[in-house]
Design a protein around this ligand. Structure first.
Ligand code: ATP
Ligand code: LTN
Length: 335
């Protein structure tokens, strides 16, 4: 990698099945970035245990997500791909950042409030500290750009605040990162409640289309998608959230603009429209699914990618961590 390119860092949690929302909002946009930037993509397993996980499932989900990254077009020759828990600097920097993050600002984080409501029996410190660990992920690599869905914007802003706070309290240490959200598809909505985000932890199966669903399931879920009592296929988020969400999904998978799609479906019925949306999704993700399956069966290959990825990541991360330790006044460890 040549050091002059801007650095991109992002990650997805290996919790449950990755949705088409995750794909459109994040992974899909990372693929072309590999040509222009120094990219680092992580499977953020440390983040995932802030909600209770079944260990065997977490292990499987981690390999499944890595193989999905590869099947979508992330290339270990071009980008650094690794698992967060393999690079201990992430938790070590998070500890230091904890001491400059205020309880008040953590308490205001929307995702913390949402997840506290959803998991009222397990409001653990990790759930509250989640955004500080995410700031650590980003800042360790001197990241310029963080491509994520719109729900993560507040967390990237915290990373910016912590970077600026540390830089001014000590001396310039961290690059202050920018958040990058896609123009179309930054927030794909639930197929059943089009005013709520499509989320992989949704208990209603029909609300979510995953990257692992078969053709029949995809067709069935789109056929049942909530629309409205009107008949017009038109993009209007406020008054027609269901139809607008379907147009967005169609546009993301077919590559056609929303305006073009509106023209294509003008005068057509909702039934026909929903089938066309489902077919655009099936056509785009079928090849990804078969490649993902093939790769997931090759554990040795995946493990090798992770080994090389974590070695490269560690070198960069430890450089930043050592700088930080020095600035806060820790004495150097003699080797
Ligand atoms: P969970 O339901 O477990 O909280 P999630 O579906 O929100 O999970 P994350 O792992 O938190 O998924 O998010 C991974 C990436 O996908 C992030 O960049 C996030 O912004 C993006 N993302 C998540 N849901 C959507 C969505 N509905 N539309 C667009 N982007 C999304
Ligand atoms: N919190 C993110 C996942 C995540 C992330 C990151 C994204 C963890 N660390 C660093 C970008 C950069 C989420 O999508 N829920």
């Amino acid at each position: 990698m040549d050091g002059k390119k801007q650095v991109v860092f992002s990650g997805v949690q290996p919790t449950g099945k990755i949705t088409i929302g995750n794909y459109i909002g994040s992974i899909k946009n990372w693929v072309p970035m590999q040509e222009q930037y120094d990219c680092i993509f992580c499977v953020v397993d440390l983040h995932s245990i802030t909600v209770s996980q079944i260990p065997a499932e977490l292990r499987k989900n981690t390999f499944d997500l890595l193989s999905l990254y590869l099947a979508c077009g992330l290339d270990p020759q071009k980008s650094i791909l690794f698992v967060q828990s393999h690079v201990s600097a992430h938790t070590e920097l998070a500890w230091v950042l904890n001491t400059i993050a205020y309880v008040g600002e953590m308490n205001r984080m929307t995702q913390f409030k949402d997840k506290s409501r959803k998991h009222a029996d397990n409001i653990n410190m990790g759930l509250m500290d989640y955004p500080v660990l995410m700031a650590s992920d980003i800042l360790l690599y001197q990241t310029d750009l963080v491509p994520v869905g719109v729900d993560q914007k507040q967390h990237v802003e915290l990373a910016r605040d912590l970077a600026q706070r540390f830089n001014s309290r000590f001396s310039p240490t961290f690059v202050v990162p920018d958040c990058l959200t896609p123009k179309v598809g930054a927030k794909i909505m639930s197929l059943q409640e089009p005013n709520a985000k499509m989320s992989k932890s949704d208990v209603n199966e029909n609300a979510v289309v995953t990257m692992f669903d078969d053709k029949d399931a995809i067709l069935r879920k789109f056929k049942r998608a909530v629309t409205d009592s009107d008949t017009e296929i038109r993009f209007d988020k406020e008054n027609k959230p269901g139809v607008s969400n379907l147009l967005t999904i169609y546009s993301a998978f077919s590559g056609e603009t929303i305006q073009k799609a509106e023209e294509r479906f003008a005068g057509k019925g909702y039934g026909e429209f929903k089938i066309a949306v489902a077919e655009s999704v099936i056509e785009a993700i079928s090849p990804i699914q078969s490649e993902q399956k093939r790769l997931a069966a090759d554990k040795a290959y995946l493990e090798n990618i992770l080994k090389e990825g974590s070695e490269k990541a560690e070198r960069i991360a430890n450089r930043t961590l050592q700088k930080v330790y020095k600035k806060v006044g820790f004495i150097p460890k003699l080797r």
